[in-house]
Write a protein that binds this ligand. Structure first.
Ligand SMILES: *[C@@H]1O[C@H](CO)[C@@H](O)[C@H](O)[C@H]1NC(C)=O
Ligand SMILES: *[C@@H]1O[C@H](CO)[C@@H](O)[C@H](O)[C@H]1NC(C)=O
Ligand SMILES: *[C@@H]1O[C@H](CO)[C@@H](O)[C@H](O)[C@H]1NC(C)=O
Length: 304
């Protein structure tokens, strides 16, 4: 008993001194007392993730092969668009041309969603469930209220849409060719109509080239969620950075006889653009419905 008490007393005295020896002893005790923690294990947080869009059984071998290739090209196209913005931000002339002074997060997000977002339930089919493919010039359509996550790609698409390596070929220019000239940019547009992709936010605020440029200048907040703007930007970035580096094929816009007369003569203003966007919105309570109309579904001018 006496021995134990004097030992405790001794310990108390030594701690009062707070000598270096005491500090070392403390550290040793702490390490020994800590139970070795188990290494954290990965949770199955992404269980069930779907990493590619679904090709419906109605597509034959040829169609499936072409769609698979076009899916890959779509990812390539949007990944580059995103990477261009991530590298240069709003210092990029190309960025300013299409998105004005809008902040970069939104377009980066839309491109990123297409590339990396979950693809569950997004279906491309090759039959003709709504009977639209029989109509002259219809190359495909979003199924709208009949099946919001489904897109029909009609036979005309497989004959007319160009592969991405043909960028700047076949007389293509950004300013004067349709945004659906390439299968990749056509699918980009179609994907943006799917609610889980475009969230009903990406819309048609402006459509042809001059209108898209006006939108960037006058209403950049709409440019960053404008379907055609996202396509034009992705196409021009790919053409200039990748296909023909430092040159691209921007073209110089000339209104053609094929273009609506209004586009040839009208000098768009902020007011007319807003009016148009409003008209589109009013006419189509569900944003994407407008794209089931012939003028959107038809890609007939595309060298068919
Ligand atoms: C670019 O972004 C910075 C930071 O948000 C901002 O201060 C600047 O005004 C923007 N420049 C242009 C041309 O939009
Ligand atoms: C939805 O189905 C109906 C009935 O078959 C059809 O008339 C309509 O055009 C379809 N909608 C679309 C967007 O194809
Ligand atoms: C698949 O369908 C397309 C029409 O989209 C047709 O041209 C092609 O010949 C078909 N392929 C086969 C292997 O039947």
């Amino acid at each position: 008993m006496t021995l134990l008490r004097s030992s405790l007393l001794l310990l108390g005295v030594s701690s009062a001194f707070a000598s270096p020896a005491r500090v070392i002893r403390q550290e040793t005790v702490t390490v020994t007392a800590t139970p070795s923690a188990a290494a954290p294990t990965a949770t199955a947080w992404d269980a069930g993730a779907v990493t590619s869009w679904t090709i419906h059984s109605s597509c034959n071998r040829t169609e499936r092969a072409q769609l698979e290739r076009a899916f890959g090209e779509t990812i390539t196209l949007v990944n580059h668009a995103r990477d261009h913005i991530l590298r240069w931000g709003n210092a990029s002339e190309l960025y300013q041309k299409y998105f004005g002074d809008a902040s970069t997060g939104e377009p980066v997000g839309w491109f990123g969603k297409i590339a990396n977002g979950d693809k569950a339930g997004v279906i491309f089919r090759c039959d003709n469930p709504d009977g639209n493919c029989a109509q002259e010039g219809w190359a495909g359509h979003w199924r709208g209220e009949n099946a919001t996550s489904e897109t029909v790609i009609c036979p005309l698409s497989y004959e007319t849409r160009k592969p991405l390596e043909a960028m700047c070929g076949h007389g293509y220019t950004v300013a004067n060719s349709n945004t659906n000239f390439y299968f990749a940019s056509d699918l980009l547009h179609r994907l943006l109509h799917i609610p889980q992709v475009g969230e009903g936010i990406v819309e048609h605020y402006a459509e042809d080239y001059p209108e898209v440029l006006e939108l960037a200048e006058n209403t950049p907040s709409e440019a960053v969620k404008n379907s055609d703007t996202l396509q034009y930007f992705a196409l021009e970035a790919y053409a200039y950075d990748i296909a023909l580096p430092g040159e691209g094929c921007p073209g110089k816009y000339t209104a053609t006889s094929e273009a609506p007369v209004a586009s040839a003569t009208e000098t768009p203003t902020a007011t007319t653009n807003k009016r148009k966007a409003k008209a589109i919105r009013n006419a189509t309570p569900t944003p994407t419905v407008s794209c089931t109309a012939p003028e959107h579904a038809v890609m007939s001018e595309t060298n068919s």
